[in-house]
Design a protein. Structure first.
Length: 403
């Protein structure tokens, strides 16, 4: 008889981590024990009552009823690619439809682009704190993530001196997330120009994660490429946030006209062929989304700005807690002045067990665990948020007093 030993998993699994969902295991335990859990860990607007506009739902439904249920072209259906190209072009970044791919969310765009751009041991410059999919995918590819700091004392702006100090000859890619998750920051034009110049100086491809581009509180943020249409930029976005349909897994990437990226376009199309296509009925919502009524976005921005203000005010009022005011999206990254020897994960787990409030610890985004950062998703209603911050206030007072 062959003994039943467990089947070993690949080594790369050890390099793949996504804290935003990992902590849910503990939350389920807390829930099973009878405490109501408030899920502030995933940026999932429909879970908080926000829904995609009806004309997009109708477009998907129509596509299904019209028999658009087969495989589609690997790079995406033409009307969607045309609409994406027109959207970027209209915002000052001229893009042609043959350099656009429709993807299964921004997430797949990120995976495809990194797979097309980096080899084993190549370096990818990523912001710190970082959206953890980047480090997970970079690890999976056997490449190396190199952090450049963003600075909470300057509104979470990228620290360009630090960026200059960490770049080596092994760097291939610079990742810019603007508007940013997890900090809620947006970057001024001068900073964005400096990042483009830096990428140019070091011969890097620039990955611009613009999934929150429509959710700046003062209005949409222009695409990075609009500052320099000839820079080698690949932009990602999706229907997930600005169109409130994350479960549709429908997004896109667009590659700038820079001839330096011509081969990369070919590589991306080759990779896209291998996964056949992204969800076809949902692709039929892209053109109506980008070319149609966007009034839901104005309302969403107002709702987010109000929640951001409630969040910043309540957190800043907690002794031992500091919080930079976000300027876009639905995230804040406060800091708790932890007692020596405690980690951000200790605090987040203790908060969860005592109050049912579930946030993500900053070290899940690459921050040093003793610095006490955590990320909050503030999509809940303002009244719910006030209740949640009252629970945090009481808990934090006890925690910092060692009770
Ligand atoms: C910065 C950033 N990039 C990408 C994604 C993934 O989005 P999508 O649903 O488009 O795959 C998210 C989701 O939260 C995100 O915050």
């Amino acid at each position: 008889m062959i003994p039943h030993t467990s089947v070993p998993v690949s080594q790369r699994i050890g390099r793949f981590s996504y804290a935003i969902r990992n902590i849910v295991t503990e939350a389920l335990r807390v829930e099973a024990a009878g405490t109501r859990v408030r899920y502030l860990n995933v940026g999932n607007p429909p879970a908080f009552g926000f829904q995609p506009p009806p004309h997009l739902v109708e477009a998907v439904e129509r596509a299904m009823r019209n028999g658009e249920n087969g495989y589609g072209p690997s790079p995406g259906i033409s009307p969607a690619r045309e609409a994406i190209a027109a959207e970027y072009t209209g915002r000052g970044w001229p893009v042609s439809a043959d350099r656009v791919l429709v993807t299964s969310g921004t997430s797949e765009g990120i995976e495809l682009a990194l797979a097309a751009l980096v080899d084993q041991d190549d370096e990818v410059l990523v912001p710190l704190p970082v959206y953890p999919l980047y480090t997970a995918v970079i690890g999976k590819l056997g490449a190396r993530a190199v952090y450049y700091r963003t600075d909470p004392f300057r509104g979470w702006q990228p620290d360009l001196d630090h960026l200059n100090s960490v770049v080596t000859g092994a760097a291939r890619v610079l990742v810019v997330i603007d508007p940013n998750n997890p900090t809620g920051a947006t970057y001024p034009a001068a900073t964005r120009r400096a990042l483009i110049a830096f990428a140019d100086q070091h011969g890097l491809a620039l990955l611009a994660d613009e999934v929150y581009g429509d959710l700046g509180y003062d209005g949409p943020v222009p695409p990075l490429g609009s500052l320099d249409p000839d820079a080698p930029i690949i932009s990602f976005s999706s229907l997930s946030k600005g169109y409130v349909a994350p479960g549709w897994r429908t997004g896109w990437l667009a590659v700038s006209r820079s001839p330096r990226l011509d081969e990369v376009v070919g590589a991306l199309k080759k990779l896209a062929d291998g996964r056949l296509c992204s969800t076809v009925p949902m692709q039929h919502a892209i053109a109506p989304a980008l070319a149609g009524d966007r009034s839901h976005q104005a309302a969403f921005r107002v709702a987010l700005k109000e929640r951001a203000m409630v969040t910043t005010k309540a957190l800043q009022a907690i002794p031992g807690v500091t919080c930079v005011a976000p300027t876009a999206a639905f995230y804040a990254m406060p800091r708790v002045a932890l007692p020596p020897g405690r980690t951000d994960e200790d605090y987040v787990l203790a908060l969860l067990r005592a109050t049912g409030v579930l946030c993500v610890y900053g070290s899940g985004f690459g921050m040093p665990a003793d610095e006490g950062f955590l990320r909050i998703v503030f999509l809940a209603s303002p009244d719910d948020l006030r209740e949640i911050y009252a629970l945090m206030r009481e808990f934090t007072g006890n925690y910092l007093a060692g009770r």
